[in-house]
Design a protein around this ligand. Structure first.
Ligand code: ZN
Length: 294
């Protein structure tokens, strides 16, 4: 996607933010780092917390993406997202800690990324929708969405109730699936599909601010919510949009009516989430219990 752009901005940040940098962590590091995971699945998120005295700022680099950390009143919290497209294996995590006295240090660790256990599925599209498999159409739509995903809002917009799956209806298409369209074109599934008759009210998975409510080629009627801390949720194939960009929504608010426009073979809600600039399994984000106080 925009890995190169993000990487170059990272290098700039590191250079500017380094101050009186010490390249390696001192023997007795004043910070404490905790991880809520042993390893991370492809397309999933792990939480890293950094505590200590005199901390000014924390950020991490993982899979060539910068993950800013956010102060939650007790710790600097990082949501480390593993890209679903990256191979299983070991990846360096570099945590950069900047202190109030201007000094900084880098703490290195290796993170294991495990199989996302993604399936594959055959999808049959009507011939009239085949142009929506054009890579250029895909690229243009991603470029538009990426302009949002590259912005990490430092405020936390979601409330104590965190995130929920927006509907109890049956799920008919898992996240991350390799999909073969009409036996010819492979695409990855960036979200998960929920069965939903046309015109069903669609609710926000978490509180936040609407940043996009428009028609897209592939996603059709689309609402994108910025939840802060680099978390976004998107709702696709909508028949009617009931919110506008800039509008604040609470978890459970009706934001749209479901539909089947865009690159859709039937009536359903496509629900997707981005954390730290990459697609992640929305259900896994829900399972993190982000709303609950530690
Ligand atoms: Zn979908």
């Amino acid at each position: 996607m925009t890995r190169l752009i993000i990487l170059s901005s990272l290098i700039l940040t590191v250079l500017v933010g380094a101050g009186v940098a010490t390249a390696q962590a001192p023997a007795a590091s004043p910070v404490s780092i905790s991880y809520d995971f042993q390893w991370i699945r492809q397309g999933s998120v792990g939480i890293v917390r950094v505590t200590g005295t005199g901390l000014a700022d924390v950020r991490a680099v993982f899979q060539e993406r910068v993950h800013p950390f956010y102060w939650d009143g007790r710790a600097f919290v990082g949501l480390i997202a593993a890209d679903m497209e990256q191979d299983v294996g070991s990846y360096p995590l570099q945590v950069w800690v900047r202190y109030q006295d201007g000094s900084s240090e880098r703490i290195d660790r290796t993170i294991e990324v495990n199989y996302g256990e993604f399936g594959r599925a055959d999808v049959v599209l009507p011939a009239s929708l085949m142009p929506l498999l054009d890579p250029q159409v895909e690229e243009d739509e991603m470029a538009r969405l990426d302009t949002f995903f590259r912005r990490f809002t430092p405020e936390r917009y979601w409330a104590e109730d965190g995130f929920v799956v927006p509907s109890a209806n049956p799920q008919i298409g898992p996240f991350g699936t390799w999909r073969l369209y009409n036996g010819t074109v492979w695409r990855r599934h960036t979200g998960l599909d929920i069965r939903m008759p046309i015109g069903t009210p669609v609710t926000a998975a978490g509180s936040g601010r609407v940043v996009l409510a428009t028609m897209l080629s592939i996603r059709g009627g689309y609402v994108l919510i910025d939840h802060g801390w680099g978390i976004y949720s998107g709702y696709a194939h909508l028949s009617e949009l009931l919110v506008v960009p800039g509008q604040w929504v609470r978890q459970g608010d009706v934001i749209a009516l479901s539909g089947m426009n865009g690159r859709s073979a039937g009536a359903h809600l496509h629900w997707e989430m981005v954390v730290g600039g990459t697609w992640v399994n929305p259900e896994q984000v829900v399972s993190l219990g982000l709303g609950a106080q530690p």
